[in-house]
Structure formats: structure tokens, C-alpha cells
Design a protein around this ligand. Structure first.
Ligand SMILES: Cc1cc2nc3c(=O)[nH]c(=O)nc-3n(C[C@H](O)[C@H](O)[C@H](O)COP(=O)(O)OP(=O)(O)OC[C@H]3O[C@@H](n4cnc5c(N)ncnc54)[C@H](O)[C@@H]3O)c2cc1C
Length: 305
């Protein structure tokens, strides 16, 4: 990550549009920033991490991923600090273990990449090479810009664009939406994340996309399809994450914030939302997309048998 202050001193930063403003606010690159982030996490974030790590509406994770990626802190340092905190305080032990498990996933991704250097391009399960993906540039662009009409997906894609980072739960939901609701190849999503994440990491990104697509090394079956409304309601129950990144929906009552198309027109009018103008209608109907994805998967099984 180029250091913004150095570029500013050299007068090399474009001032308009200031596309990096959100990144500057969100991150302090370098070893000091990494150490501060780890210390703050151990002090304030570790307690409750096990459950809180799934809540995008809370600051419940360490946000160390870009620092780990760029080697500004080592996984060993993070491991030792968290393991030590868990050993010193039994009340933290379960949360510490949950955190160490995530570091374990990172190591697993690296092991996969070591053995499969085409991990970002080729499905580990070869039958997925024949998957009947759709070609839909408009759908891909809507997903990239956070304009799918599904608020939790759009909030995540806009968080990514504004800050260079997206919460893990929402990465899973947004990736599932691209692959299973839009039936677009997981590699297209992998590339977009590669271009936009501050923690873009060849191993973690490729392994995670293959995990969501169900074509990777571990048991994440393709037929497990996230419902973006239920995911939003469960993990962002009062919609505060959506309201933050999709401000045009900020005034909708909690009940409708994850499914504005279902809100009565008086509620929409009260909240100042004109669907199709201020905020898009869903670009795909999840209820119809689910069986379509399963039918696409079935063609693989037919080919294999
Ligand atoms: C589709 C998709 C793409 C992803 N792309 C990347 C990527 O390019 N770079 C990246 O670092 N992570 C990626 N992840 C994994 C995960 O989302 C991020 O590591 C995590 O959100 C980073 O936030 P954090 O540091 O607060 O995580 P924490 O919850 O605090 O976890 C601590 C560290 O463990 C590691 N980690 C956590 N979850 C995972 C995981 N599922 N797989 C591998 N390592 C993990 C990361 O290094 C992370 O910094 C991706 C996940 C998905 C579903």
C-alpha cells in the first residue's frame, strides 16, 4: 500500500476525485499501525470475538488482514499475543481459540496455494470447469457498484469500495450472491476483490472464493445458498450496517431495511425512498435464482455420470 503521506509530500496525490479518502481514514499503514491495532484488539475486541465476529454492524474483528498481508506484523506475533491473553484470563479462552482458528484458515490457504499455484484461476474440483456460468456484464457491474437491490450485498460492496475492506460475513454473502444468484463465475468476483481489497491476498482470496463456490478443498457445498435478506436480518438486525453504507435507505424502519421492495408504498414514501430511482429494485429474484443455481449444478452431475 503506497504511503499516502509520502505521496502527499511529493504532491502526487490526485485531489479530485479523492478516491483514497476513505482508505486514509480507515487505515494506518506500517508496523506501528499494525501493532496498535493488535494491542487494541487484545484489550477491547477479543472478549466476545467468537460471536461478535459475525456481526458487520460491530467492530468485532481485529482488522489485521492488510497488515498481515503486507508483512507489517507476523501471524506468529498475533498468535502469541492472543494465545497469551487467552491463557492469562480463562474468560477469554474460548474467544482466543476462535481467533487462532481464523489464523489457521490463513495458513491452510497458503498451503493450498503452495500446492496449487493456479488457485485463483482453476477450480480445485475439475468438474467445475464445465459449470454453465452466465455472461452478464450489467449484473457484474451492478454487483461491483453495490446496486443489486439487496441491501446487505450493496452495503458490503460499498464498504469495500470506500474503505478497501469488507466484513467477513458480508464477503461470504456478497460472494454467494455473485456466484449463486447471478450465476457469474467465481473468478470474476475474485478479480474484483483482488483489485479493490486492501488485504487482497492471493492465497486467502482465491481459497475463500473457491470455498464459497463449493469447488475448493473443503466442505462448503455449492447447494448451501445464502438468502441475502435472512443473512441481513440475522447479522445486522437493526440495519445499522446497511444504513451506514447505503444511506438512501437510512430512514426505512428496521423491518424493511433488508427488503425495501416488500415495504408498503406509504412506508417507502415516508422514508424518502423511490425504488428504481433512489435505490434499485432487486436485479434478480432470490426465490427464483436459488432453483436456477441448483439446476445449473445438476448439469455437472449429469455430465459426470
Ligand atoms: C470471498 C472472500 C474473499 C476473501 N479475500 C480475502 C483476502 O483477499 N485477503 C484476506 O486476508 N482475507 C480474505 N478473506 C478472509 C476474511 O474475510 C478476511 O481475512 C477477514 O475478513 C479480515 O478481517 P480481520 O483481519 O478483521 O479478520 P479477523 O476475524 O480478525 O481474523 C484474523 C486474521 O485471520 C485471517 N483470516 C480470517 N478469516 C479468514 C478466512 N476465512 N480465510 C483465511 N484467513 C482468514 C486473516 O489474516 C485475518 O486478518 C476472504 C473471505 C471471503 C469470504
Amino acid at each position: 500500500m503506497p504511503h499516502g503521506l509520502e505521496l502527499a509530500a511529493l504532491d502526487l496525490l490526485p485531489t479530485r476525485p479523492d478516491w483514497a479518502g476513505g482508505l486514509r481514514q480507515a487505515w494506518q499503514p506500517g508496523e506501528d499501525g499494525a501493532r496498535q491495532r493488535l494491542a487494541a484488539f487484545v484489550r477491547r475486541g477479543l472478549k466476545g470475538y467468537g460471536a461478535g465476529r459475525d456481526r458487520p454492524d460491530r467492530a468485532g474483528t481485529s482488522m489485521l488482514s492488510p497488515h498481515l498481508h503486507f508483512g507489517e506484523i507476523s501471524p506468529g506475533t498475533a498468535w502469541t499475543a492472543v494465545d497469551g491473553a487467552g491463557a492469562a484470563d480463562p474468560a477469554l479462552a474460548a474467544d482466543a481459540e476462535a481467533y487462532l482458528r481464523e489464523l489457521g484458515w490463513r495458513e491452510f490457504s497458503y498451503q493450498l496455494l503452495f500446492h496449487h499455484d493456479d488457485l485463483a484461476d482453476a477450480a480445485l474440483r475439475p468438474e467445475y470447469g464445465a459449470f454453465p456460468w452466465r455472461d452478464d456484464p450489467a449484473g457484474l457491474a451492478a454487483w461491483q457498484r453495490g446496486r443489486t437491490g439487496y441491501p446487505i450485498v450493496d452495503a458490503g460492496m460499498r464498504q469495500l469500495w470506500q474503505t478497501g475492506w469488507m466484513h467477513n460475513r458480508v464477503r461470504m454473502v456478497a460472494a454467494s450472491f455473485l456466484i449463486k444468484d447471478l450465476l457469474l463465475p467465481w473468478q470474476a468476483g475474485e478479480r474484483w476483490f483482488w483489485d479493490t481489497l486492501v488485504d487482497a491476498d492471493l492465497a486467502n482470496n482465491a481459497a475463500s472464493w473457491q470455498w464459497v463456490a463449493g469447488c475448493g478443498a473443503d466442505a462448503a457445498p455449492f447447494f448451501r445458498i445464502f438468502n441475502p435478506v435472512l443473512q441481513g436480518q440475522k447479522f445486522d438486525p437493526d440495519g445499522s450496517y446497511v444504513r451506514r453504507f447505503v444511506p438512501e435507505l437510512a430512514r426505512l424502519p428496521d423491518r424493511w431495511v433488508h427488503q425495501p421492495w416488500a415495504a408498503p408504498s406509504a412506508v417507502l414514501a415516508d422514508a424518502g425512498v423511490r425504488l428504481g430511482q433512489d435505490y434499485p429494485r432487486p436485479i434478480v429474484d432470490h426465490a427464483a435464482a436459488r432453483p436456477r443455481a441448483l439446476a445449473a449444478l445438476a448439469t455437472l452431475k449429469e455430465t459426470a455420470s
